[in-house]
Design a protein around this ligand. Structure first.
Ligand code: COA
Length: 165
């Protein structure tokens, strides 16, 4: 790529950049479903701030610019819910999304003790599904998002992390 993108834990100073990046990146998903009220587009800046404080949030940086983000948290059943993976459209297709996912998985399985990783994507989001399958996720079911989008639920046991990372 000729430039160095680094992955690190998000700080509260990153909230605004994550908020804006998410709004930009999820426009393509909104267009795909003809729904501009999907969760990542209606989330508030305060909600992003709260997630940085309590959840496991990683960013990809190019210099001072936040060019990618992902977040995850361990839920009551011991599974880690990973969400909001996004990479700036001009930098997609260079492996940054996969790197963010790995960073989140590593932290969630490590310090947060997750036994399983779980994520969801819209049923028509072929690129997302390909990426998730390629890094070891399998579809386990379907759900209806609060935004009305039909979702595919994918899971990967945390135990396979070491061999698939
Ligand atoms: C989903 C998303 C985060 C992926 O980010 P990304 O950085 O493009 O992801 P990657 O580069 O790791 O993988 C994407 C593709 O690039 C390919 N790729 C990875 N590294 C590459 C490299 N060095 N050279 C060429 N291609 C590469 C991958 O094989 C993959 O191809 P595929 O689509 O055929 O599977 C990004 O497309 C995005 O922000 N989408 C909009 C928001 C969204 O839908 N998020 C997911 C919510 S569930």
């Amino acid at each position: 790529m000729g430039m160095s993108v680094t992955i690190s834990v998000a700080t509260e100073q990153d909230a605004e950049q994550i908020f804006r990046l998410q709004y930009l990146c999820f426009q393509s998903e909104a267009a795909l479903y003809g729904n501009y009220r999907i969760d990542p587009l209606v989330e508030t800046l305060d909600a992003v701030r709260e997630e940085i404080a309590s959840d496991c949030v990683f960013v990809a940086r190019l210099g001072d610019e936040v060019v990618g983000a992902v977040r995850g948290k361990v839920t009551e059943d011991g599974a880690a819910a990973i969400a909001r993976l996004c990479v700036h459209p001009r930098l997609q297709g260079h492996g940054i999304g996969a790197r963010l996912l790995r960073a989140a998985e590593s932290a969630l399985a490590g310090e947060r003790g997750a036994t399983l990783f779980r994520l969801e994507t819209g049923h028509r989001s072929e690129g997302n599904l390909r990426l998730y399958r390629r890094v070891g996720y399998e579809a386990v079911g379907r759900a209806k998002g609060t935004d009305g989008v039909d979702l595919i639920i994918l899971e990967k046991p945390a135990a396979t992390y070491a061999t698939t990372a």
